[in-house]
Write a protein that binds this ligand. Structure first.
Ligand code: SAH
Length: 361
């Protein structure tokens, strides 16, 4: 375990020798605690409808210029078959916060998947009501992903406006606790380099991963989309110190975390040291920054999971949460083959089971 001062020091380090020792330590802790298997989670982006106004996201309700889709039950089950064929351990169904995906619709799909396959089911459908989370658990869902994005409450409020109906009472931390109590394996995480994110707050995020005893930790760089409100602010000159809207958040270079590839590796490595037995993916956002080697370097610096995209190509081009997303023009087969090659390159094994969290006890 590292204390807060050590975490902040690591976040500031650019010394190559020191970083080499961090990568080595993270890789060792990964090997000792979760082994050499890399677990494959087939990522299916089932809808890009969304009722939220998140200022960072390219499919938020603020975007009136994008094509919206919602996959049918038959289309989803067809993709599930493919995940089974590829021998994946898990299917992840992700979407915008879309109430057109009703409680019953999702529960039915989960029942079907559970009857027909031995896949673990992970959901990532936003801040749904407790009754939905309960129904889906009862239908057989295993895991839920909900990133808290940043633990800086001021910054979070600004980039992720609350719904008028629920207000601030049921925030993402409350939901993460509910999920845990319901028996889900719980995944969360943050974006790295959000405008206004300080080193202190990122260090706090990493401490919170451990405090929440997360089963899965997903982190990736914030990738600005100039068509979103936050992306527009980001494109203002870096040296500008911007007093953002009504807050006194400071964007000067000393306190602003960069949304860089290096910073992402550091956070992956530190998350591994803080949460030795968690499942940590090498994410698509990271692969977007370094399409040649990002996935591999993530796996060599603490990660043990990949999430090949199995969304039909005709839909995935519309699930543009950020620009230039890796694998956008590929199909499921291409993503599968590409991922297999990358695992071989880093001398690791493909996980053969569901790959749930292996507790230390
Ligand atoms: N509606 C779901 C799924 C959102 S997409 C939810 O809100 O949980 C999954 C993750 O993509 C988000 O949690 C966020 O961390 C990440 N993301 C969204 N926009 C991004 C951007 N511009 N750059 C990098 N990551 C982004």
């Amino acid at each position: 375990m590292l204390d807060n001062i050590e975490v902040i020091q690591w976040l500031h380090t650019s010394d190559i020798m020191q970083l080499g020792s961090l990568w080595k330590r993270a890789d060792q802790v990964r090997k000792e605690n979760v082994g050499d298997e890399v677990h494959f989670r087939g990522l299916l982006e089932i809808s890009n409808h969304c009722c939220r106004n998140c200022s960072y996201c390219g499919i938020s309700a603020l975007r009136h210029d994008i094509f919206r889709y919602r996959m049918s039950m038959e289309e989803i089950l067809e993709c599930v078959k493919q995940a089974k064929k590829f021998n994946y351990g898990t299917i992840v169904m992700q979407a915008g916060e879309d109430y057109g995906l009703t409680q019953d619709f999702i529960a039915n799909i989960i029942c079907h998947i559970k009857q027909e396959t031995s896949l673990a089911v992970t959901l990532s459908l936003g801040e749904r009501p407790y009754a939905d989370l309960l129904a889906w658990k009862r239908a057989g869902a295993d895991r839920y992903l909900l990133r808290f994005e940043t633990s800086d409450t001021e910054l979070y409020k600004m980039i992720h406006p609350a719904l008028p109906t629920t207000g601030l009472k049921r925030d993402r931390f409350v939901i993460l606790r509910e999920l845990k109590e319901l028996g889900y394996e719980v995944g969360s995480g943050v974006m790295i380099g959000i405008p206004g994110q300080s080193y202190e707050s990122l260090a706090q995020d990493i401490q919170i991963f451990a405090k929440l005893d997360l089963d899965m930790i997903g982190v990736g760089p914030y990738l600005p989309d100039p068509k979103t409100p936050l992306g527009k602010q980001f494109s203002l000159k870096k040296q500008d110190v911007i007093a953002m809207q009504d807050t006194n958040i400071d964007l000067s270079q000393q306190t602003q975390v960069p949304n860089s590839e290096l910073m992402t590796y550091k956070v992956i490595a530190l998350a591994r040291l803080m949460c030795p037995d968690a499942n940590i993916p090498s994410t698509t956002a990271l692969a977007t920054l370094n399409k040649t080697q990002g996935r591999e370097l993530g796996l060599m610096r603490g990660a043990n999971v990949v999430m090949p995209n199995i969304t039909p190509t005709r839909y995935r081009v519309h699930y543009t949460i950020y620009p230039n997303k890796a694998c956008l023009a590929d199909n499921a087969e291409a993503c599968h083959q590409c991922m297999l090659k990358r695992i071989e390159l880093v001398n690791r094994k493909v996980g053969q089971k569901q790959g749930g969290r292996r507790k230390l006890v």
